[in-house]
Structures are given as structure tokens and as C-alpha cells.
Ligand binder design. Structure first.
Ligand code: 6PG
Length: 479
């Protein structure tokens, strides 16, 4: 049957395959294409009963199977493989057709591709998709960029296959033009890194300072998951911590090498934040913590360095300490999201995307890796005040941090005394204290810069730029 498929998916590795099945299960006819046709046929053989698939073998057949305007989704590796697929298909398309890139592409690549294809009248829709394999099949959170026109055609389909938030609304929104969708997905992943790091620190403190076993910590996380920390990452943490290795009978977490890997989206979040001048210290510490964990030789060479070894608290004090850790985790989490949303807002200003921060928090409430009850409150904060200078300016979050801060500080005192690293908690608190400080040592930095490089400074009491003649009579001149 030609021209009958409403959408085509090329690249049928696990994410592409599951998205194709998700479209088919929702009643769409899906054209399938893969570099090796065996994978296409295997999909139809195994899952053909789930809906209407059109298996194709060549690029031409694939394009011909699509209704016009064509919607062609590419689910291949980011970088060169994506460019290669675009080069293969773009010449076969016509003005008005859409290429949707659902991979974890760098938003700058997406901007370039969108610009290049726009010249041919083809809409390029860089789309963040979060939720892993399971989400792709049963409902991911979807973050499309690209033109408004493409969203008008594609949006209803994405809404259908997306996750639904607890209030039933679809977890998809048009994030903004060109690379906005992939930018939002990048920051989502940066926040994901920060969330994971903070949870890791909470675990380490509960283990080394409070003296709990992984199974006991799993129970603590389960309890936390019924409160304000209710989230997918807390839920799966409890699962991972309660898992026992079948081969050794030890807690699973004790038989896994403590070297965290990364594919790079968290690193991009920090790189771009540096370019935009946005302090995302919590996300940066999460990226650095993964890098540090991977330096096995450096760690081996440093193990004998002086410092305290943690002495677990007695049972009577452990419970109260766990409550404090919950406060520290929650407060630090608010800071990570504050920093992540600041980056989205700065990106939006820089590239003229007009991103609606309330809408972004709304589509992260379901389907994605950072889904959490808490996002509903972020949405409410931005809906009430779209120009909120920062999440910390929201009265409810500010009150919660005010209530948490004593415990947050106490947890960091205990961590420091006992020699347990907590870079995420600590960076978050330093950010909070820096923001609320009356005066920062930046004044001294300016003085030093002026001393060694005549870089000038501004005064608190007069307009203008000034320089002190440090090598001379130390009089001040207007610069
Ligand atoms: C998601 C995930 C997904 C993937 C990350 C993991 O939103 O579904 O973020 O994109 O799991 O690429 O990233 P690292 O390998 O860098 O931890």
C-alpha cells in the first residue's frame, strides 16, 4: 500500500522500534525502515499484530509509503549517523515534509540541520524523547522543537503516544523553534545527573554516617517516595538498593564497580551553561563526580591520604539523621531545578525561543526520567508568575528551604567532620548562600584584576569605570 503511512521510523534499534510500536498501538500506520532490512522484518514478525506496519527495504520505498506531508522520524545515533541519514532522505522529500530527529542530538547540530533543510522547504524537528525503552513504548515525555507549522501537523500524534501527567494532560509541548527541543532535553539530562548525584550522596551518608544497610536504606527511600520526594528516580533507587546479587548473596550495590559512566548530555549542559554564563554548580558537581569516580589510578594513589573514617551513629541518633538527610536532599533538589530552569531561560533569551517554563515543568511530570510529584509545584509556580526570577523566589519553595536549611547545614557539618564527600549538597548550599549574601568577595576579585591587569572596576557610590594607579600614588582615575 503506498502513501498510506502517517509516520515513518528509520533506525529500529530499541528506542526506534519501541516508538514505532507505540505509534502503531495508537492506531497510526507506521512505515518502517532500517539500514539492515532483517531488523525491519523481525519487528513486523514479532509485533505485527500490534497495529499497521509497512515494512520497506529501500529509502525510496520508505518515502513512498508515507502520506503527504511526510513525517519521517529518524532514530539513529547522534552526530554523523544522523547527518548521513538526513543526506540519504532529504533529496527524496518535498517542501512541507518533516524530518523528526528523536535522538539525543546536540542542539547546535539541530539548529544547523534545521537551517539547512529550511532552504529546501523541509521542516526539521529536533525532538527530545525521555523515558528510556519503557517510555518509548508506553509513553515518553516528548520535547519537540522546530516550526509551529510542523507542530500543528505532528503535535496531535505526539500527544497521543506521549505519557500522560497525573491530571491526564499529555507530556508533550512545542518547546520553541529550531533547537529548543533538544536544548530542553539536554537540560533535562543535566538535572537528571544532579538528581542522581544528590540521591547518591544521601545514600552514602545514610550508609557511612547513619550506619544503615542497603536494604534499610531502600526502605527509607520507599518512605521518602510517599512524600514530597515522590519521583521515579527515588522509586528505582529503592529497587536497586534492595536487590541482592545472586552470585555472591551480597547487596547488588556492593558488587558493582564504583565508576560512573556518561554519554555526554550532562557534560553538554555544563559546557553550554559556561558559555551562557549561568551558574549550574549542582549539575557541574554531578558531572565532575562521575569523572572523579572513573579515575581509578588517581583514587588508588590517594587512598592513604589523611582524614577521618566515618564512624556510624548509634541507632538512637540514626533516625533523626535520616530525617535531616531528607531535608538536605529536598533543599538541594530545589536548587538543581532552579539552576536548570535558569539555563533554559537563558538559552531561550539567547536564541529567541520564547520557552514557556511552566509548560516544560508540566511535560516532565510524566514519562521522563526526572518525573516527580514536585514538578507539579514548579509548574504552579511558573503559571502563577511566568516572570519568576528564580524558583527560589517562589514563596512556597523559599519557605520550604527556610524550614530545611538548619538540617541541610547540619548534614554538611556531619559529612565534613566524618570525611564523606557531598559535593552536590555542598554546591547547592553554597549557591543558596551566595545568592542571599549582602556582599560577595567579587569586589576583592575586581580589585585584584585591576591591580594586575588594569581591568577597572565599578564603585558602589558613583557611575562609571575606575582604575587605581597601584604602581604609583594609588590615586583613582576614571577609566
Ligand atoms: C532519558 C535519559 C536518556 C539516557 C541518557 C543517559 O531521558 O530517557 O536521559 O536520554 O538514559 O542518555 O545518559 P548517560 O549515559 O549520560 O548517563
Amino acid at each position: 500500500m503506498s502513501n498510506s503511512a502517517q509516520i515513518g521510523v528509520t533506525g529500529l534499534a530499541v528506542m526506534g522500534r519501541n516508538l514505532a510500536r507505540n505509534f502503531a498501538r495508537n492506531g497510526y500506520t507506521v512505515a518502517l525502515h532500517n539500514r539492515t532490512a532483517a531488523r525491519t522484518h523481525a519487528l513486523v514478525e514479532e509485533f505485527g499484530h500490534e497495529g499497521d506496519f509497512v515494512a520497506t527495504e529501500t529509502a525510496k520505498e520508505f518515502v513512498e509509503a508515507l502520506e503527504r506531508p511526510r513525517r519521517l522520524m529518524i532514530m539513529v545515533k547522534a552526530g554523523e549517523p544522523t547527518d548521513a541519514v538526513i543526506q540519504e532522505f532529504a533529496p527524496l522529500l518535498e517542501p512541507g515534509d518533516m524530518i523528526i530527529d528523536g535522538g539525543n542530538a546536540h542542539f547546535e547540530d539541530t539548529r544547523r540541520r534545521e537551517r539547512d533543510l529550511r532552504g529546501q522547504g523541509i521542516h526539521f524537528v529536533g525532538t527530545g524523547v525521555s523515558g528510556g525503552e519503557e517510555g518509548a513504548l508506553n509513553g515518553p515525555s516528548i520535547m519537540p522543537g522546530g516550526s509551529k507549522e510542523s507542530y500543528a501537523s505532528l503535535g496531535p500524534m505526539l500527544e497521543k503516544i506521549s505519557a500522560k501527567a497525573p491530571d491526564g494532560s499529555p507530556c508533550v509541548t512545542h518547546c520553541g523553534p529550531d533547537g529548543a527541543g533538544h536544548f530542553v532535553k539536554m537540560v533535562h539530562n543535566g538535572i537528571e545527573y544532579a538528581d542522581m548525584q544528590l540521591i547518591g550522596e544521601a545514600y552514602q551518608l545514610l550508609r557511612d554516617v547513619a550506619g544503615y544497610s542497603p536494604a534499610q536504606i531502600a526502605d527509607i527511600f520507599r518512605t521518602w517516595n510517599t512524600g514530597r520526594l515522590d519521583s521515579y528516580l527515588i522509586e528505582i533507587t529503592a529497587e536497586v538498593l534492595s536487590h541482592v546479587d545472586a552470585a555472591t548473596g551480597k547487596p547488588f550495590v556492593d558488587v558493582v564497580q564504583d565508576r560512573a559512566e556518561q554519554k555526554g548530555t550532562g557534560r553538554w549542559t555544563v559546557q553550554i551553561a559556561l558559555d551562557l554564563g549561568v551558574p549550574v554548580s549542582g549539575i557541574a558537581e554531578a558531572v565532575f563526580a562521575r569523572s572523579l569516580s572513573g579515575h581509578a589510578d588517581l583514587r588508588a594513589a590517594s587512598r592513604e591520604l589523611a582524614g577521618p573514617k566515618a564512624k556510624p551513629l548509634g541507632e538512637s541518633e540514626a533516625g533523626a539523621f535520616a530525617d535531616r538527610v531528607e531535608q538536605a536532599l529536598y533543599a538541594s533538589k530545589i536548587v538543581s531545578y532552579t539552576q536548570g530552569f535558569h539555563e533554559i531561560s537563558a538559552g531561550s533569551d539567547q536564541y529567541d525561543w520564547d520557552i514557556d517554563l511552566g509548560a516544560i515543568s508540566a511535560i516532565w511530570r510524566g514519562g521522563c526520567i526526572i518525573r516527580a510529584a514536585f514538578l507539579d509545584r514548579i509548574r504552579a509556580a511558573y503559571d502563577a508568575r511566568p516572570d519568576l526570577p528564580s524558583l527560589l523566589s517562589d514563596e512556597t519553595f523559599a519557605q520550604e528551604i527556610a524550614a530545611a536549611q538548619d538540617d541541610w547545614r547540619e548534614v554538611l557539618v556531619a559529612a565534613t567532620r566524618q570525611g564523606v564527600p557531598a559535593p552536590g549538597f555542598s554546591a547547592a548550599l553554597a549557591y543558596y548562600d551566595a545568592l542571599r549574601a549582602d556582599r560577595l568577595p567579587a569586589a576583592l576579585t575586581q580589585g585584584q584584576r585591576d591591580f594586575f591587569g588594569a581591568h577597572t572596576y565599578r564603585r558602589v557610590d558613583r557611575e562609571g569605570s575606575f582604575h587605581t594607579l597601584w604602581g604609583g600614588d594609588r590615586s583613582e582615575v576614571e577609566a
